[in-house]
Design a protein around this ligand. Sequence first.
Ligand code: AMP
Ligand code: MG
Length: 342
Amino acid sequence: MNTRLLREDQVDQAAAILRAGGLVGIPTETVYGLGANGLDGEAVSRIFQAKGRPQDNPLILHIPEASWLERYCQEVPPQAWALAEAFWPGPLTMILRHKPLVPRAVTAGLDTVGMRCPGHPVCRAILAAADVPVAAPSGNTSGRPSPTTARSMLEDMAGKIDAIVDGGSCSVGVESTIVDLTCTPPRLLRPGGVTLEQLRAVLGEVAVDPAVTRLMGAGEQPRAPGMKYRHYAPKAPVTVVTGEPEAAARYIAGAAAPGDGVICFDEFAPLFSGHITQLLGSAGDKGAQARHVFEALRAFDHTGVEAIWAQCPDSAGLGLAIANRLGKAAGFHIIHLEEGTP
Ligand code: AMP
Ligand code: MG
């Protein structure tokens, strides 16, 4: 199959492919998604083949406006409308109980479905033109870092899908925040562009699923099947070092072997002149760090590095999402420096 690269003004062609049961790479503000008509179970099942994704890992249903929640969800609690009012269109996915018309391929057999109304103008135009909900996970091969450019998505999906629409670099850079509204209190399943602090400002108490900050132990049942899978991993093993940025940079400079790769905050690049380095963004700019984290992880696959060391922000605000992606890329192999480490 020849994968066509469409321009952002070729929205009608993308919509026609979706309506005909094809697969299209769609730009969103979070990461590129691999979309199919969310009401067409056969089309959706082809997403799993293209990605090599385990069948029990559910997808998110993308809708053009919040009013569509009632078409696909059994009960839409007041909390969902309050979140939609505050954060949609935007990088937030809500878990709600679904109606019977949502195909099993989308939900992996759960009685719930993830719903999101994305903010990227090209994505919104595709959803409006297709006039169907679009089921999509991230547009990477299963297990790899998510793509935040059309070129990265093409790297994984060339020959496997019908088209990719190039909508530029993603402005958020990490996947949507996922909050489960079917439990009390609501539970954060994945941190993302909408922060935990922002969720709490609207919802009050919000629990944080343990899988957000650590590896699930053997025998532990994750809240959603997808949470148990290895994620975002480049080919070389990753070690994350947390703590005060300068101390972490010095630690890595001392610990990294000559051929190792380093992901560091911009200001510390001079410490790593002998290494292949990817810049995460300035230590104080979590927006930049979120935009760069996946491309930084991917870049090492084009080099021969055998190990990767990564600096990591604190977990306030967007930092929780960045730390979660780095932690997962590292299999939660994390060195926590004590405060005051020289
Ligand atoms: P991806 O964006 O590639 O991570 O794929 C969609 C994400 O949404 C996965 O992490 C899924 O586990 C999650 N997800 C989708 N539907 C549900 C659901 N009903 N309950 C919990 N998580 C879900
Ligand atoms: Mg994914």
